[in-house]
Design a protein around this ligand. Structure first.
Ligand SMILES: Nc1ncnc2c1ncn2[C@@H]1O[C@H](COP(=O)(O)OP(=O)(O)OP(=O)(O)O)[C@@H](O)[C@H]1O
Ligand SMILES: [Mg+2]
Length: 336
């Protein structure tokens, strides 16, 4: 079956100005997202992963124009989102929903769950007024909340249940794309699995496309078709899930993978421990941004920026930005 692109991001940059001095001039920029490009096809689940501060949420917010990006293009179903009028943009917001880590912050504490969902339906004019009640109960049932709980307030639910309500609200407007920004990060592992399973089954039923954002590769492993690894505002590696997990190329991806706990203590695991903290995105390191923390960095890495490439030993859809992927040739170099 021919894959149809749903979302295409081209050369997206988000440089936040830093004001300073007594005149409040822009003295510098936080290069939160620095020239990234990727495509998400209909029905896919793509995950963006990377450490805190690498620009994951900024990417999600820029796609939805919650913050206007500095430059680049974002196409949703062929239309450049960044040049749409406000009126058209409002319409499009229905098609692209976002779910955050803390649903409590985004649920009005003075409204019952039913009122919250009815309001979402009313704003987007999805169904007629007299059908709203049925639609709300139907949505709640889909996410595993019983009808008798519809008149409760957000604080009367557990974290997992609140996340289900957040999902119901996102679903209420019949979106095509849902961006899940750390949507399960705050939940217990067992509840995490339940919510991920719910999202997976809703995907089939409603033909949804997901962009998952997470700092934890382990969390997105089962749900993802493809993975994008970001470091300091750049994509350092991207590929289908199997390429990333079984044939990682970038030392940073390897480091992230080696941080996932292994259930079997007998299984030996090569570990790459990263030195130090993520450098500042205000003055990112020269050359390869990862060189200050990479155990394999050479002088070349300090001066020349690597570009995303696919070498012979990699799948066609798999790309990594490292000068030495051929030398590693898919093997994790011996390192303790
Ligand atoms: N509105 C803003 N103004 C200035 N800097 C910002 C703004 N929003 C984000 N940043 C900076 O941009 C960088 C990327 O932030 P972002 O929230 O995208 O990270 P993240 O990958 O989502 O991290 P986390 O895993 O902690 O959520 C950070 O250095 C952050 O401080
Ligand atoms: Mg974030």
């Amino acid at each position: 079956m021919e894959k149809k692109p749903l979302l295409t991001v081209k050369n997206l940059k988000q440089h936040f100005p830093i004001k300073g001095g007594f005149l409040g001039r822009t003295v510098n920029h936080v290069k939160a997202v620095d020239d990234i490009s990727f495509t998400i096809y209909e029905g896919e689940t793509v995950s963006i992963v990377g450490e805190s501060g690498c620009g994951k949420s900024t990417t999600g917010r820029a796609i939805l124009r919650l913050d206007e990006p500095t430059s680049g293009e974002v196409y949703f179903q062929g239309e450049n989102v960044l040049t749409l009028s406000n009126r058209k943009m409002r319409k499009l917001r229905k098609e692209m929903q976002i779910i955050f880590q803390d649903p409590y912050a985004s649920l009005n504490p003075r409204q019952t769950v039913k009122q919250i969902l009815e309001e979402a339906l009313a704003i987007q004019k999805v169904v007629r007024k007299k059908e709203r009640n049925d639609r709300v109960l139907d949505l709640l049932e889909k996410v595993g909340i019983a009808a008798y709980q519809a008149d409760r307030y957000p604080h009367e639910f557990s974290g997992g249940q609140r996340q289900r309500i957040g999902i119901a609200r996102a679903l209420s407007v019949d979106p095509k794309l849902i961006i899940c920004d750390e949507a399960v990060s705050a939940l217990d592992v067992s509840i995490q699995a339940q919510v991920l399973n719910l999202l997976k089954s809703l995907q089939k039923e409603f033909k949804l496309t997901y962009l998952f954002i997470s700092h934890d590769l382990g969390v997105v492993r089962h749900i993802s078709d493809r993975i994008i690894v970001m470091y300091l505002g750049k994509i350092v590696e991207t590929g289908d899930k199997h390429s990333i997990f079984e044939n990682p190329q970038h030392p940073y991806t390897k480091a992230l993978l080696s941080a996932i706990p292994v259930p079997d203590p007998e299984r030996k695991k090569e570990r790459i421990i990263l030195k130090g903290d993520v450098p500042s995105p205000i003055n990112p390191p020269s050359g390869c941004r990862f060189h200050t923390r990479c155990p394999f960095a050479t002088d070349l890495c300090k001066t020349k920026e690597p570009v995303l490439t696919t070498e012979d030993h990699m799948k066609e859809s798999h790309q990594a930005a490292c000068h030495y992927i051929n030398d590693f040739a898919g093997k994790i170099p011996a390192h303790n």
